[in-house]
Ligand binder design. Structure first.
Ligand code: ATP
Ligand code: MG
Length: 406
C-alpha cells in the first residue's frame, strides 16, 4: 500500500515580505480562500495557519481510500485534489502533498524509503531538507539528512541523483514539533490573496485578452466586477454568452466572492457612433466603455477599470490613443497585458481555461472604420463625438443587468 499523504504544505511568496501585521491579515485571507476553494471542490480538509506555511490537513485519507475501494496503484487521493485546489488559489506559490511525522531521523528515512517505492528507476531524483527552529530541535543536520536520505532512495530505486534538474524531488521540511516529506509539488499562480486589494471593474468582451487581463488583476488580489458592453447590432447574444461563459470559468478561481458579470446595453450609442463618427470612432467607443466602467466602479465601490489592451495590438491601442481614451475617466485604467505579446496571452488563456470560449471575433471588429486614427488628439476626438456621449454612457451603465451563473 502506497504511503498516504495526509497534509498539503502550502507556501506563499511576496506576502512574506510584508510587515507582520499586514502579513497576518493576508495569511488569514489566504486561509479562508483556501478553505473556500477546497469546499468548492468537495475536498474534505481543514486549513491550519501555522508558521509561515498554511497546512491543509486531510481528514482520514487512508480510510477514505479504503472506503472508496481505490487501488493503491491507480489511485488519485484527496491530497492530489487538495494540492490542485491550492495551486489554483491566488497567493500560493507552491503546494506539496506530504506525509507528516515526528521530526526524527528514523521516521523521516522510513518515509523516504516508502515514497521511493513509487519512483521509477529511470527517473533522477534529489532529496532536499530544510529545518526551522533552533539547531538543537533536530538530531540531524540538513546536509547530512540529504546525504543519508539520498542513499536510502538510491538503494530503493536504483535511480541516480541529479541535483540540478531532478525528475523527482523529495522535500523534507522539519519544524520543531513536526516534519513533512513531500513529492509532486504543484506550482501555484503566486500573487496576493484574492480580496486583499479591493475591487476593480473588468471590461470583458469575451475575446481572448480580456479574461486573461481579468485573471491577472485577480492574481494581484483584486476582486473583479466583470462588465460586458452589449454593442447591439454589432454584438449579439452569442457574444454575450461567450463573455459570460469565460467569466464563469474565472469564477472557479474565486469561490466565495461575488464575481457575477453585468451586461450594459449600449446598442443605440454604438449605432450612433457607427453612423456619425469616422476615423476616431474606435476611440469614442473605448471612451464610452471606460465611462461605463467608471460608472459601475462608483456603484460597486471599485477603484479601477481593467482592460485587455496591449500596446500596439490595435489602432486604438497606441500610446497617444491611450491618453485620449483615459481622458474619458477619472479612475485608474489597469492594462495588465500592456507589454505582453499575443502568442503569450493565447498560451495563458489556454492554461487558465478561458481560451475555448473566446475564439469568435469580437463585435468591436465590426464597428471599426476602414482607416482608423492611430495618433489622435483629444480635441479632435471630442469634436467628432456625438453630443453627450459620455453622460449617456453613464445612464446606460446605471441600468446594468446582473447575470446569474447557471
Ligand atoms: P479582447 O476583448 O480579449 O481584448 P480583442 O483583442 O479582440 O479581444 P479589443 O478590440 O482589443 O478586443 O478590445 C480591447 C479591450 O476593450 C478588451 O480587452 C476589453 O477590455 C474591452 N472591450 C472590448 N469590447 C468590449 C465589450 N463588448 N464589452 C466590454 N469590454 C470590451
Ligand atoms: Mg485585445
Amino acid at each position: 500500500m502506497a504511503l498516504e499523504r495526509d497534509t498539503v504544505v502550502v507556501s506563499y511568496g511576496e506576502m512574506g515580505t510584508k510587515s507582520s501585521k499586514v502579513r497576518g491579515r493576508m495569511e488569514r485571507t489566504l486561509v479562508s480562500n483556501l478553505d473556500a476553494m477546497l469546499g468548492s471542490r468537495a475536498v474534505d480538509a481543514a486549513v491550519e495557519r501555522r508558521w509561515s506555511r498554511p497546512l491543509i490537513r486531510l481528514r482520514n485519507p487512508e480510510e477514505e481510500d479504503a472506503v472508496a475501494g481505490r487501488s493503491p496503484a491507480a489511485h488519485r487521493t484527496s491530497s492530489d485534489d487538495a494540492a490542485d485546489a491550492a495551486a489554483d488559489t491566488f497567493g500560493v506559490v507552491a503546494a506539496r502533498p506530504a506525509v507528516s511525522c515526528e521530526p526524527e531521523r528514523e521516521a523521516l528515512l522510513d518515509i523516504l524509503e516508502s515514497l521511493a517505492g513509487e519512483q521509477r528507476s529511470e527517473e533522477s531524483f534529489a532529496v532536499r531538507v530544510s529545518r526551522a527552529g533552533p539547531k538543537s530541535a533536530h538530531e540531524f543536520g540538513s546536509r547530512e539528512l540529504e546525504r543519508v536520505g539520498g542513499a536510502v532512495v538510491e538503494e530503493q530505486t536504483g535511480a541516480s541523483v541529479d541535483l540540478d534538474d531532478p525528475d523527482v524531488t523529495y522535500r523534507v521540511e522539519a519544524r520543531e514539533d513536526e516534519a513533512f516529506v513531500s513529492t509532486g509539488e504543484r506550482v501555484g499562480p503566486g500573487g496576493l490573496p484574492l480580496g486583499t486589494q479591493g475591487t476593480a471593474v473588468a471590461l470583458v468582451s469575451g475575446g481572448i485578452d480580456s479574461p486573461v487581463a481579468t485573471w491577472e488583476v485577480m492574481k494581484r488580489g483584486c476582486v473583479v466586477v466583470p462588465v460586458y458592453v452589449d454593442l447591439g447590432d454589432f454584438g449579439g447574444p452569442d457574444h454575450e454568452a461567450r463573455a459570460v461563459s469565460t467569466m464563469r470559468r474565472l469564477a472557479d478561481f474565486a469561490p466565495g466572492f461575488d464575481v457575477r458579470p453585468r451586461v450594459v446595453s449600449a446598442g443605440d450609442l454604438v449605432a450612433e457612433l457607427a453612423a456619425e463618427v469616422g476615423a476616431t470612432r474606435m476611440l469614442s467607443l473605448r471612451r464610452m466603455m471606460l465611462r461605463i466602467g467608471e460608472t459601475v466602479a462608483q456603484e460597486v465601490g471599485a477603484h479601477a477599470v481593467v482592460t485587455g489592451e496591449s500596446l500596439g495590438q490595435k489602432s486604438s491601442q497606441t500610446g497617444p490613443n491611450f491618453g485620449v481614451t483615459d481622458a474619458a475617466t477619472t479612475v485608474p485604467v489597469y492594462r495588465p497585458l500592456l507589454t505582453r505579446d499575443k502568442p503569450d496571452i493565447v498560451a495563458q488563456a489556454r492554461k487558465i481555461g478561458t481560451y475555448d470560449d473566446s475564439t469568435l471575433p469580437v463585435g468591436c471588429e465590426r464597428v471599426a472604420p476602414s482607416r482608423p486614427e492611430t495618433n489622435a488628439a483629444l480635441a479632435a476626438v471630442e469634436a467628432a463625438e456625438p453630443e453627450r456621449l459620455l453622460s449617456r454612457a453613464e445612464t446606460v451603465a446605471r441600468e446594468a443587468r446582473v447575470v446569474e451563473f447557471e
